[in-house]
Design a protein around this ligand. Structure first.
Ligand code: AFP
Length: 278
């Protein structure tokens, strides 16, 4: 797996460079989820594909920006799902964006997720890798160096509230409000990677993207976004559940681009699901 992590580091450096460009435009396509693809999305996807292509232990890769699975090496044992540039529309307003990777053994299912990683492209470029624990690395002088191991407290102070509030179900609104009544602070940029990174580094809180009246299965993609972060939050001592309080790593994806409601955070906050979602 070492070669895969090195390829992720190389991709992060190359994607950071193309983000640092003064102009970019929309490509003439949409991805299968219906998101209008920026040139940045397509270029970032190609960078990652090129860096993974030569690794023989990778059997296939699945990208949020690709409709189909891309077979690489028949004898490979790893399947990788990735979102090459999550929140790419935020680059236009100079907010942080990220790349997300899930590394599965033999099958795309939560119980086979052996590692995950994400890169945050912000004021600094940082990489978080989860295997048995969760490690933070920072890019400096052209190389990533280890900073610290990340752990969540039992309870935090931040509340990241995804989705359009007008489309929330009433029980979700009550759950979110209950945390604000306890003094939690709203921290939501619309970028999943920096929003979850902030809660992880600040030691806790709740990130929620619920099912809504317009998105009954939520918006975030199970294989590319939700499961990689579920592994990270669980290994950091937190919880990662869907609205039925089922571990997100136990949800069976119905297709490569399947979505799920998701609640990530420290134990106290995510456990409120039982009270407000029954
Ligand atoms: P884009 O990739 O279309 O910018 O969407 C980003 C994202 O998938 C994820 O990064 C955010 O958590 C989520 O959408 C924000 O969605 P809402 O704007 O509906 O809260």
């Amino acid at each position: 797996m070492e070669k895969i992590f090195k390829a992720i580091e190389k991709s992060a450096k190359e994607i950071a460079k193309i983000i640092d460009r003064d102009t970019f435009s929309y490509s003439n396509g949409d991805n299968i989820s219906g998101d209008h693809q920026l040139e940045l999305d397509v270029e970032s996807d190609q960078i990652i594909e090129d860096n993974f292509r030569e690794i023989e232990s990778i059997k296939a890769i699945s990208s949020e920006e690709k409709d189909e699975l891309l077979q690489l090496h028949e004898s490979g044992e790893f399947l990788i799902s990735y979102d090459p540039l999550d929140g790419s529309s935020l680059v236009d307003v100079n907010l942080s964006v990220g790349s997300i990777f899930g590394i599965y053994k033999d099958e795309f299912r939560g119980s086979n997720l052996v590692a995950s990683a994400y890169v945050v492209y912000g004021p600094r470029v940082e990489l978080v890798v989860a295997t048995n624990d969760v490690k933070l690395y920072r890019l400096a002088n052209g190389e990533f160096h280890f900073v610290k191991t990340l752990l969540l407290n039992e309870k935090g102070k931040l509340n990241a509230t995804g989705g359009t509030q007008q489309k929330w179900h009433s029980h979700h609104k009550e759950m979110v409000e209950s945390l604000f009544q306890e003094g939690y602070r709203l921290r939501y940029s619309g970028g999943m990677v920096p929003d979850l990174h902030q809660i992880l580094l600040k030691g806790g809180g709740l990130f929620s993207y619920p099912s809504t009246t317009d998105k009954p299965k939520g918006k975030l993609r199970l294989l590319f976004e939700v499961m990689p972060f579920a592994l990270i939050y669980e290994k950091a001592g937190g919880l990662a559940l869907d609205e039925k309080s089922k571990r997100l790593l136990e949800v069976e994806p119905e297709s490569l681009h399947d979505t799920s409601s998701c609640f990530f955070g420290s134990k106290y906050e995510v456990s409120l699901l039982k009270k407000y979602y029954g």
